[in-house]
Design a protein around this ligand. Structure first.
Ligand code: URA
Length: 432
């Protein structure tokens, strides 16, 4: 088989066979096919698409390129959720303790942040002492003992995705639905849980620009998961503004803890309650309506917070941060950004705010960059809120002096309008 023939076939919009896809993935992981040929194929896929069968075969070939985790030693229903990525997205930190406190088992592998989006591992590592690595046996034991473990992906989990994703990043081939669906689902399927709930974002700070595209991606991922006999659902939500108020690692951990104490931002709390209800429904615990009530109860009675405390302790972290958030890394400076006029906040663009936080040191531009866990932005106003001149729009937590250029950029991205308007619901659609 000549690789150039595979590229040519896709260039003409024809269907690739299972064998051709397997050959491509195996050959690329083994170093037989060079980056320039695979780049060309990726661009042909981005432009011509893939049908359902091809996307399924691609997911399968990628999943089989490395380890497939065996969670059969864990008693009970194992659940996972995956966010397609965003700004201020600390959902795993609050939601997973909430569902674990309702009896399902959380065996979760998370990733790091890149560019304007954050990653759960960086947030967890801002907790002093917290370790994100353990052996497979320790992972299984911890989930059996306390109902939850969150670790980094093992080195050999879907190696094909590691190589292909890095190439997509530098060849403008990230935003292709079959490529995103196979990338995400190959990792979720290799991670071995019974239930996968997808938290699919669209809008300014997300991979999917519109609700329609987010729906298309969701259907694609659900079909792949169901083909493997998994329970899969998707919750679609907007990412035009950051989720919650905090953007930055330790600041987001604090917000996640506040949420488990019933003091979280409205939008973030609602996302956790609604997504948790879908997880409990998919796991066969209860129906969605009752699941929502169970989620509320897990906050009200403190049981979800207890699970977070146990998780931190089990993974070597300082669990006292749950009661004393000043034990989290603190930035030496806090500067206020104030409004110079009255109005209603109409735009808080997630991507721009994610980049501003990254510039402070909260995120990384390249995989090699170090993050500063203490820095970031805490929004004091969200889209739709009334603002008077002189009100604080945001608190900036920083460890180096802020430049005027940075402050101007921040001030310019926040837009106000004179009239009040209706704000869209947090979760726009649930698909299962
Ligand atoms: N997240 C992934 O894991 N893969 C993609 O392709 C896009 C988002």
């Amino acid at each position: 088989m000549h690789f150039v023939d595979i590229i040519d076939k896709k260039k003409r919009g024809l269907q690739l066979s299972e064998d051709e896809i397997k050959e491509w993935i195996k050959g690329y992981v083994d170093g037989v096919y060079p980056d320039y040929q695979v780049s060309s194929l990726l661009m042909a896929i981005l432009l011509k698409g893939m049908d359902e069968e091809e996307t399924f075969n691609l997911t399968k070939a990628m999943m089989e390129s490395g380890d497939i985790i065996d969670l059969s030693e864990i008693q009970g229903i194992k659940v996972d959720k995956h966010s397609t990525g965003g700004v201020g997205d600390k959902t795993t930190l609050s939601l997973m303790p909430m569902v674990a406190s309702c009896g399902v088992k959380v065996a979760k592998m998370s990733g790091r942040g890149l560019g304007h989006t954050g990653g759960t591992l960086d947030k967890l590592e801002s907790i002093p002492g917290f370790s994100i690595s353990m052996s497979e046996e320790e992972f299984v034991n911890q989930v059996n003992n306390i109902g939850i473990a969150i670790i980094g992906q093992t080195a050999n989990l879907v190696p094909a995705d590691k190589k292909i994703y890095a190439l997509r990043d530098v060849t403008a081939t990230v935003d292709s639905i079959p490529l995103i669906a196979s990338s995400i689902m190959s990792k979720k399927l290799a991670s071995g849980t019974d239930v996968i709930v997808l938290d699919v974002k669209y809008g300014d700070g997300a991979f999917m620009p519109t609700l329609e595209k987010a729906e298309e991606l969701s259907y694609e991922m659900i079909k792949i998961g169901k083909n493997y006999g998994k329970k899969v659902a998707a919750c679609i939500s907007g990412m035009d503004q950051p989720l919650g108020n905090a953007v930055g690692n330790a600041l987001e951990v604090k917000e996640a803890i506040d949420t488990l104490k019933g003091k979280g931002p409205k939008d973030f709390t609602e996302l956790c309650l609604a997504t948790g209800a879908v997880i409990l429904e998919q796991a066969g615990v209860t129906d969605r309506e009752n699941g929502y009530k169970m989620m509320e109860e897990s906050i009200a009675d403190g049981s979800a917070l207890e699970v977070l405390r146990k998780l931190i302790k089990a993974q070597g972290g300082d669990e006292r941060i749950v009661d004393d958030e000043t034990l989290l890394p603190q930035a030496p400076y806090i500067t206020k950004l104030k409004s110079n006029k009255d109005g209603y906040v109409s735009e808080l663009p997630a991507k721009a705010i994610g980049i501003l936080a990254m510039n402070l040191g909260a995120g990384r531009e390249t995989l090699e960059d170090e993050v500063d866990p203490s820095v970031g932005i805490v929004l004091n106003k969200k889209v739709g809120d009334r603002v008077e001149a002189g009100d604080v729009l945001a608190y900036i937590h920083h460890s180096k002096p802020l430049t005027q250029e940075w402050m101007n950029r921040f001030a310019q991205v926040i837009k106000l309008v004179p009239e009040a308007f209706e704000v869209a619901p947090v979760i726009e659609k649930i698909i299962d």
